[in-house]
Structures are given as C-alpha cells and as structure tokens.
Ligand binder design. Structure first.
Ligand SMILES: [Zn+2]
Length: 172
C-alpha cells in the first residue's frame, strides 16, 4: 500500500476528496464520474491518483484479469490505481480531456489542462495502446471523439481504421 494515511480507514478517504476540488456522482459518459466543485485554473493539481506500486510480473497478472487502472512506471515496475482509497479512478476518459495525468516527483497527479468551470466533468486520456482497443469503445461525447479509448498518438491510426471499416460496409 502506498499513500494510505495512517489512522484513517478506507471509507474515510473518498470523503476527504469530496471536501477538496472534486465531487463524485453519476456521469453521462460512464458510471460514476468526477466533477469540479468550483472553478479550477489551468495547471492546478486537481486530485492525486494514488495506488500501489507493483512489479511487472504482478502487473501482467492483474492486466490479464482486466484491470484497466494500471500505469507504466518504466521497465521495472507499474502502478495500480484500482484500490478503494483512490477516488480518482472514477474519472472518465475523454478524447478531448480537460485534465492530464502527470508525474510530479513521486506522485501521480491529475492536473487541469485548461481552465475548468464548476460543475464540468473532469476527464483525462487514459493513454491506452492499440491492443484490443475495439473492446474499449469511447462515449465521451467530445467533438472529434475517435470512438475508442486510446492515447492521442493513436487517434489518426484509429480514424483511418474507422474510415476503412465504414467503406467496407458500404461496398458489401
Ligand atoms: Zn471519445
């Protein structure tokens, strides 16, 4: 376990997040989402993304059981955010997100990419690669949504595949 404050029980932690910049409720994108409680300026550290540092072997095992909250930390270890004391795991993916995940020293932060208005849903790009991307459809609703949850560097590839798929459908 990492970042779990002493003398605190797991159910308390989402409440602490509630008191800061983010609240959690039902999202039109997917399930529960995180929302700005107040106006947030670009560059603000919105919420810390906490979790467990794990080995690559353990990471592989967890990925095989469909854990979608794992970040790569390089060649040696990974980071699993799928823990009850990490309310940031409720933040949804978007193709046009208003936040981004960024390492600051030892900690992974969700940082505002632009000024965010109170009430806006907070989103970041999950940074998934292309493996099995068709199993992760995106319903973010952004103009220019590519239809699948992938890192921005793969948007053009996925758009080309989408165009190709629709042309094939038209011909048959
Ligand atoms: Zn999208």
């Amino acid at each position: 376990m990492q970042d779990m404050p002493k003398n605190m029980t797991v159910p308390d932690l989402p409440l602490i997040a509630e008191m800061a910049l983010v609240c959690f409720h039902k999202s039109v994108i997917h399930g529960t989402g995180g929302f700005a409680k107040m106006d947030i300026a670009a560059g603000t550290r919105v919420i810390k993304y906490v979790g467990e540092k794990i080995t690559k072997a353990e990471s592989l095992r967890r990925c095989e059981s469909n854990n979608e909250y794992i970040f790569s930390l390089g060649d040696e270890s990974d980071f699993d955010g799928n823990v009850p004391w990490n309310p940031a795991r409720f933040l949804n993916h978007s193709c046009d997100p208003n936040c981004e995940a960024e390492w600051a020293g030892e900690h992974l932060w969700i940082i505002a990419k632009r000024d965010i208005r109170a009430g806006e849903e907070l989103t970041f790009n999950y940074g998934y690669d292309l493996q099995d991307y068709r199993e992760h459809p995106c319903r973010c609703g952004a103009t220019g949504c590519v239809g699948y949850i992938v890192a921005a560097e793969f948007f053009e590839h996925v758009k080309r595949q989408n165009r190709f798929a629709s042309e094939v459908r038209l011909e048959t």
